[in-house]
Design a protein around this ligand. Structure first.
Ligand SMILES: Cc1ncc(COP(=O)(O)O)c(C=O)c1O
Length: 354
């Protein structure tokens, strides 16, 4: 059948999102999950609440309230109210809502999280990408002096950045906030960096911060993220939100996760310690980049990313191969930091193979 009269022509060029590969019994270090898993409280809650899943989700307001308390405790201020929060089916969905609600052009840097650009393409909108420095550092002057910056309405700053692990300095974010644009700061890895600009929503009406419970809180499989901004933006974003976008179990799990922040913090500390161990080994053989997250970007040349990936796969370990980044030298892979046992297995495999 000739579908071309039905299919939107701009969709043809879009590549579907390719998730990190998961194979049962393999050690998977490809999607920046928290392999220590969620708090035990979350698991108990899921078991207890399973029989109520015939209900539509109804705890949005309670979850938003609890998230606002969590945000306030991290900035030691009573600033964020539930009216400053919107929930998403993962922060992925919040990115989509932003693209649905705000006018293009959008702008971000490269390499960064691909979903900003992919969503813009889905809605047939313009997304500009400014390359990071050769060492993947963010250069404020270069970014704002690009002619495309001036044309853009929405700026996506992923900090800490996936896949490089680096940050955009707070002072640079503040300078960008002074322009007449919406500035989205994606803090998916906030709990690992302990750096946030959420407190700036008091000072800047154009700031949107995105967070997720998929990483540090270890509930990626349930899909819940949240956006924080001023009330007017949050109200506007609710207009494009799908009904019941965050499911019943995700809401329950989010509440239980936030009842046990201590357990998340302990796991984050373990992951950061494991990361140090891993980087020590990687640095002996390859080039790594400073990471404020639960993953490490590695230039594995002279091996290709595919060779590196294949060799670890043979040992039952899955990492994320990128290969070359356009206009950058090197062969890149991203490795999520796993549990102590996973890290040990990975380190042994690296020592043995490379
Ligand atoms: C920077 C960044 N933003 C957003 C997301 C999406 O997170 P979620 O699982 O909440 O949709 C990810 C996931 O990898 C990410 O790395």
């Amino acid at each position: 059948m000739d579908y071309s009269k039905f299919f939107k022509s701009h969709i043809y060029d879009i590549s579907p999102y390719i998730p990190g590969k998961t194979v049962e019994k393999f050690i998977k270090l490809a999607s920046n999950e928290n392999d220590y898993g969620p708090s035990k409280k979350v698991i108990d809650t899921i078991k207890e609440k399973a029989r109520y899943v015939f209900r539509y989700p109804y705890k949005d307001e309670i979850v938003k309230e609890k998230i606002s308390e969590y945000c306030n405790s991290s900035i030691k201020k009573n600033l964020i109210k539930k009216e400053n929060i919107i929930l998403g089916n993962g922060s992925d969905e919040l990115i989509e809502m932003i693209i649905k609600a705000f006018k293009s052009p959008y702008i971000g840097f490269y390499p960064s999280f691909p979903e900003y650009e992919r969503n813009a393409k889905i809605f047939n909108e313009v997304y500009y990408k400014i390359p990071l420095e050769k060492n993947f550092m963010f250069n404020y002057e270069k970014f704002i002096n690009n002619e495309k910056f001036e044309k853009s309405n929405v700026v996506f700053l992923c900090s800490p950045n996936n896949p490089t692990g680096g940050i955009v300095e707070r002072r640079d974010i503040e300078k960008i906030l002074k322009f007449d644009k919406i500035v989205v700061v994606d803090e998916a890895y906030y709990e690992f960096s302990n750096l946030t600009v959420v407190d700036l929503i008091e000072k800047y009406e154009n700031l949107v911060v995105l967070r997720t419970m998929a990483k540090a809180f270890g509930i990626a499989g349930l899909r819940i993220g949240y956006g924080i901004s001023n009330e007017e933006i949050i109200k506007f974003l609710h207009k494009v939100k799908a009904p019941f976008n965050v499911n019943f179990m995700a809401q329950e799990a989010a509440l239980s996760s936030l009842d046990d922040i201590q357990s998340m913090k302990e796991k984050v500390q373990k992951i950061l310690k494991n990361k140090e161990e891993l980087i020590k080994i990687l640095d002996k053989k390859f080039k790594t980049f400073e990471s404020w997250t639960n993953f490490v970007l590695v230039d594995v040349s002279p091996y290709t990313a595919k060779e590196f990936y294949d060799k670890l796969y043979e040992k039952g370990i899955i990492i994320r191969p990128f290969g070359k980044f356009e206009n950058f030298e090197g062969e890149y892979v991203r490795i999520t930091v796993g549990t102590e046992e996973e890290n040990e297995a990975l380190i042994n495999a690296i020592e043995e193979i490379f």
